[in-house]
Design a binder for this molecule. Structure first.
Ligand SMILES: [Zn+2]
Length: 329
């Protein structure tokens, strides 16, 4: 299960036939959702084309969503909400918040997603650029997103009105990928309108078969290592694990936008992740053939796990104190 942290975005790849499950983990969070053809940046999920093909301005279970080339990219196969989503509203951007009276920079879905953005000259975390550096779209533009869970009412005169989402905690939608896709999701940081019920929150997502696929790749690597010891060594593989845990978020990963989900992932690594990894390495008989790099902060915070790493017989290196850059003063 992945997390799109409150006010931030993530990007990931899905294969044709995989299901993308987007949870409204706390009930009222809008998720801006984009999809791109990995081999053609001009072929992307298009709300205007979707409206034109569906001949409506709302989505229902079973609807397909279309690209700029009028190809079906996704199908809404499950929806446990009341079915209130938006396919009209643009992604929020810095100008949107200025128009609402916010006189300094406000985080927004546009900058979360697009390729290059340096608000206030501070390098920003941009999901698409960071995750797919070789995939290029225009620097100053994003497509209109599918706004999952967003409640935009339209009255009989065509007037639009933003309201609190009708979705409830734990409800979800499932979108089936009709082709290979790059997906970007942003937990909208809008806190000046009822868009997110006033309080942006995290949202979880899952991809069918992903865990199994990752495990398959790991198993293949481990089998390669094991077999290379039995047969003539044709391939040499070196495995090194940076056991940064929480220290990453205190050192090089320190950023004003860090939230509790970031630190929580570090604690998970120290209490659960590293232990699982040790178990997997032992299962394949290579626990003493890998290298671990341990920051001092990790050793002090998770002494039992650190001891287990040392006891595994692996090579262990000291990885600084809290991963602070040498150039930091
Ligand atoms: Zn937004």
């Amino acid at each position: 299960m992945g997390i799109t942290p409150a006010r931030k975005a993530v990007a990931f790849l899905v294969k044709k036939g995989q299901d993308i499950k987007i949870y409204n983990s706390y009930g009222k969070q809008v998720v801006d959702f984009w999809a791109f053809n990995p081999s053609d940046p001009h072929d992307f999920l298009s709300m205007v084309h979707t409206r034109t093909v569906l001949l409506k301005v709302s989505l229902s279970k079973g609807d397909k969503l279309y690209s700029t080339r009028r190809k079906p990219m996704l199908t809404l196969t499950e929806d446990t909400t009341k079915g209130v989503h938006d396919i009209i509203w643009s992604a929020c951007d810095a100008e949107r918040y200025r128009m609402q009276g916010h006189d300094s920079y406000h985080g927004n879905c546009t900058d979360n997603m697009r390729k290059l953005c340096f608000p206030n000259r501070v390098p920003w975390r941009c999901a698409l650029r960071d995750s797919f550096p070789d995939f290029h779209i225009a620097d100053d533009w994003v497509p209109d997103p599918l706004n999952l869970f967003m409640n935009v009412a339209i009255d009989h005169r065509g007037q639009l009105d933003i309201r609190v989402p009708t979705s409830e905690k734990g409800q979800f939608v499932v979108l089936k990928a009709e082709t290979d896709l790059i997906i970007v999701t942003s937990s909208c940081p809008q806190d000046m309108a009822p868009v997110n019920g006033g309080q942006p929150t995290d949202c979880e997502y899952g991809i069918s078969g992903q865990q199994e696929a990752s495990a398959d790749i790991m198993t293949q690597i481990l089998q390669t290592i094991s077999s290379s010891h039995r047969r003539r060594r044709r391939v040499k593989v070196a495995l090194t694990f940076d056991f940064d845990a929480v220290s990453h978020w205190l050192g090089t990963g320190c950023h004003p936008d860090n939230n509790m989900a970031d630190y929580s992932s570090g604690i998970f690594a120290g209490q659960v992740g590293a232990v699982r990894l040790l178990t997997l390495l032992k299962k394949h008989g290579i626990a003493d053939k890998v290298t671990w790099s341990l920051p001092g902060h990790t050793i002090e915070t998770f002494p039992e796990t650190a001891r287990a790493v040392v006891d595994s017989g692996a090579e262990v290196g000291l990885h600084g104190s809290t991963r602070t850059k040498a150039s930091n003063r």
